[in-house]
Design a protein around this ligand. Sequence first.
Ligand code: PMP
Length: 296
Amino acid sequence: YFNNNTLVFLDGNYVKADQAVCSVYAQSLHYGYAAFEGIRSYSTPAGTRIFKAKEHYERLHYSCRSVGLPLAYSVEELTDFTYQLLEQNNLTEAYIRPLVYAGEPNMGIKAPATSNVFIAAWEWGKYLGNQCLRLMVSPYERPNPRAVPIEAKIAGHYANSIIASSDAKNKGYDEALLLDMNGFVAEGPGSNFFYEKNGELHTAPAGSILKGITRNTVIELAQASGIKVHERFFTPEELNEAEGAFLTGTAAEVVGVSSIGEHVFRNPFENTIGAVLAAKYSALVTGRATSPVLTH
Ligand code: PMP
């Protein structure tokens, strides 16, 4: 993630990565009480562009608000800091990780009056790789949205993600697919899920998922191509009828699924709607496509 020359943004300054340190008494470290984002920048014909910076930093504000974590910088300021950070580190195609955390030594369980803001960037290949994935329906559910604001990207929620993903990998699969508290399919540990049936797409509705920015983009790209997208609740049993599936996320982009549990798709991913959308997504983020959804 960093070397001796890497600079990171910390509370208004650009400092050497190894000088950006945090107390082991920090409230965030003990309670998972922090908000973060995962953003990507791409090399485009118009130069380095952060894809949907506004949407990501608006979601960071939403995440902070939803847990009462102060955030001192506006969406515009955060976007400017990030472009400067990329420039200072000579990065074009980067993964960007902003983190808002309660860094003061504090063992209390009350929202703090101030927070810290850290932004790092590094070159990172497609998370989950390019190979099609073998998913397993996880025995671990997504956190109950009545217990935590599940539409916020809160550090503590990712204990659930790590547990489910590690369990799937230990059982010989590539990734977990988690259900919600009612037994409907929700999402992956760090991505949203779509399946294809009769030329149409189905994905979980808002409520028990992180409403991914990639998910929204893919829905827009599908609809612009005349492909129907159903945002609805569905059971894991319905996936036995699926003809294809894929995961979406900023880090993963659009990645194909080859099987879910014992159900192996007959059609190779290249012949599915997911593959078409993966290509469209890639063209959009790299500025090789003009589209109404291209916002930077
Ligand atoms: N769900 C979860 C649980 C995630 O962590 C992510 C990654 N942020 C996503 C979905 C996909 O969101 P996005 O497309 O905004 O990256």
